[in-house]
Write a protein that binds this ligand. Structure first.
Ligand SMILES: Nc1nc2c(ncn2[C@@H]2O[C@H](COP(=O)(O)OP(=O)(O)OP(=O)(O)O)[C@@H](O)[C@H]2O)c(=O)[nH]1
Ligand SMILES: [Zn+2]
Length: 288
């Protein structure tokens, strides 16, 4: 048996990449009885019937599984924001960083459209690098940062997410030439792009795999609780020496995080967005 990765599934057929070959596979009958199906991203063991077809004999244990898009074993999420047009929404950046980290997925903050505002892009990436995140400036138009982005994709399964119009489809097209995803023009009137991307497939990009469908469309922080929220802030961690063990870093006395904000050691906006997300999580907990 050979081990491969499921790149896509259509109507009961799974396309499994083993080395340089893609096999069209069906699931062994036992999976139907167990009501199990394979997910894109699954590592599977197959027996080949010939050089093009095979049978999935075993689905290896999943490290994680996203619901939208349905993909297993996601290692990394590219959080794509535009340097301008549309302007980056700091609250959405922080929200996605928390959401992704809480799933155990490594976030890579990509500031695209670097050509439109090079200085703004530098400022933003410097801020988030200082906060402990991996960042990259790209441009789907000039090609800036694309070789580096490819390196970040190597040997992993990545999904792309971010707001409409940030250039997600453009980046996917630039990384996987030959594929032509539709890209939407940003309407200047409303400043938002159209949602044009649809089906789910893992694209082979260099040595890695990239989902062609954007993820994390649900914006609720259902996977985080109020006690652990601050732990997804690497920039808070060194200062989380507060008087109260359960400190949520709001109005508690002798809070190390608040002190660090006052001393300019933690970015103000990061902290304000934290408070906003904390309120949201607390409200969620009150309701359930
Ligand atoms: N100047 C510039 N324009 C870009 C860049 N990347 C994408 N665009 C343009 O921005 C617009 C939106 O790009 P898309 O790739 O459709 O954005 P998206 O994030 O996939 O948007 P949705 O499908 O709505 O989620 C298009 O007109 C692109 O041509 C870039 O790096 N620089
Ligand atoms: Zn505190």
């Amino acid at each position: 048996m050979e081990t491969g990765i499921v790149l896509k599934g259509i109507g009961g057929y799974y396309y499994v990449r083993v080395g340089d070959t893609v096999y069209e596979c069906r699931l062994r009958g036992k999976f139907r009885k167990l009501q199990q199906t394979a997910l894109v991203g699954d590592e599977v063991k197959i027996t080949s019937l010939n050089r093009e077809q095979g049978v999935i004999e075993e689905i290896l244990p999943r490290r994680n599984a996203l619901i939208r898009p349905p993909i297993a074993n996601v290692d990394q999420a590219l959080l794509v924001f535009a340097a301008a047009n549309p302007d980056p929404n700091r609250l959405l950046i922080d929200r996605l960083l928390v959401q992704v980290s809480a799933e155990g997925i490594h976030p890579l903050l990509v500031i695209n459209k670097g050509d439109l505002d090079p200085e703004g892009a530098q400022r933003l990436t410097a801020l988030y690098r200082a906060a402990g995140f991996t960042t990259l400036i790209t441009s789907a138009v000039t090609g800036q940062g694309l070789p580096e982005l490819k390196q970040h994709l190597a040997t992993r399964v990545s999904v792309i997410c971010g707001p409409s119009g940030a250039g997600k489809s453009s980046l996917i097209n630039a990384l996987a030439p030959g594929l032509s995803l539709k890209t939407g023009e940003v309407s200047d009137k409303i400043g938002r792009g159209r949602h044009t991307t649809r089906h789910v497939e893992l694209l082979t990009v260099g040595e890695g795999w990239l989902a062609d469908t954007p993820g994390f469309s649900s914006l609720s922080l259902h996977n985080v609780n109020s006690k652990e929220l601050a732990h997804f802030y690497p920039d808070f961690l060194p200062y989380m020496q507060c008087r109260f063990p359960g400190c949520m870093h709001r109005a508690e006395p002798d809070c190390g995080v608040r002190l660090a904000v006052e001393q300019g050691l933690i970015d103000q906006t990061r902290y304000h967005n934290y408070l906003e997300l904390l309120e949201e999580v607390l409200e969620q907990e009150r309701r359930y």
